[in-house]
Design a protein around this ligand. Sequence first.
Ligand code: NAD
Ligand code: TYD
Length: 340
Amino acid sequence: MTTILVTGGAGFIGANFVYHLLDGHPDVRVVCVDSLTYAGNMSTLERALADPRFVFYRQDIRDRDGIAAVFDKEKPDAVVNFAAETHVDRSIETPEIFLQTNILGTQVLMDACLAHGNTRFHQVSTDEVYGDLPLDRPDLLFTEQTPLHASSPYSASKAGADLLVMAYHRTYGLAATISRCSNNYGPYQFPEKLIPLMIANALADQPLPVYGQGLNVRDWLYVADHCKAIDLILQKGRIGQVYNIGGHNEMRNIDIVRLICQHLGKPESLITYVTDRKGHDLRYAIDPAKIHGELGWLPETSFADGIARTIDWYLANRPWWEQIVSGEYRDYYQRMYRDR
Ligand code: NAD
Ligand code: TYD
C-alpha cells in the first residue's frame, strides 16, 4: 500500500483527486488533511469516509505540530498540496490569510517532508502565477519559461509558494514537482466561482453578474483531466520540474454564461453587467506541450461534454450547493455583489 497525503481534500479539486485515487488505485491509502474553511465541505467526502482506505484529519496546514503529528502517525509516501485560499475576489478583500495559508502553510508541509526522509512533494499551482496575456495576441501562450508576473494577492501568494518550492528543491534537495493548471470546472466546485455561481443563480432566476463586458478569456479544463495529470506527474514527472496543464480551451466569460442560460432554458435577460474586478486579468492560455511530450498527457473531456455533465451534476445534487448558498456564502454574496 502506498499512502498519499492530500491536503485541501474537502475542497473542489482536492476532493475530485481523493476519488480519483480511491476509485482508480486499489493499492493506495488516502490521508486527507483539511481545516474546513468556508470552502471545505465534509458532505463532499461522504463516500470516501465509508472507505477503509481513507482517513480524514481536520487540521490546518499552518500548524507545525499538528502536521508533524499527522506525518508521524501516517508516514505518507507522497504529499499533494491542494490546500489554499483560492478565490481572487476574496484575496482582494482580505489578502493576509492568502499569504499565511498559501505560502507559510506550504513551507510547513515541505519542512515536514524533509523531516521525514524527503517525502515526495507535489505543489498544485495555477496558471495565474504568469499574470495575463493580451486579448489580441492569440498566438501567445503561457509556457513553463514564462516569467512569474502575478496580478492579484491570490496569484502573488501562489507565485510566492512556487518560488519557495523551487528554493527548497535547490537548497535542501526536496523531491518536489509543481503543476500549473488553467481554470477547472466540474462537480463539487464552490458556488463563488464563475460556472457554479451562474448555474445556481440561473436556477433561482437571479441576475447573472458578469464583470466588465464579459470579454475576459479563461482556458477551461474538466477537473478529472487535471486529476489525471497530477497523478501522472506524481508517478513519472521529473523531480524539480514545473508542468503546465491545460487543454487549449479558451472561452470568453460572456460565452460561458450564455451557454449556461441555453442549457438551463433561462433567458439571457438575466445577464447583468457589473463593475469589473480590480486588476482583472484579461486572458489565460496554457501551452501544455511539455506534459504532453514528456508524460503523454492529453485531456479526455471536451468542453461540450464537460459542461453538460457539470450542469447535470448541479441539477442532480441541489442539496449539496443549496446548503452552501444558505450559509456564510449569503453574507459574502451580499457584500461582494449588492452595490456592484
Ligand atoms: P477550494 O477553495 O475549493 O478548496 C480549498 C480547500 O483547502 C478547502 O477544502 C479548504 O478548507 C482547504 N484549506 C484552506 N486553507 C487551509 C489550511 N490553512 N489548512 C488546511 N486546509 C485548508 O480550492 P480548489 O479550487 O479545489 O483549488 C485547489 C488547489 O488548486 C489550490 O491550491 C488552487 O490554487 C489550485 N488551482 C485551482 C484551480 C481552479 O480552477 N479551481 C486551477 C488551478 C489551480
Ligand atoms: P473565477 O471563477 O473567480 O476564476 P479566476 O478569476 O480565478 O479565473 O472567475 C472566472 C472569470 O469569470 C473571471 O474573468 C472573472 C469572471 N467572473 C464574473 O464575470 N462574474 C462573477 O460573478 C465571477 C465569480 C467571476
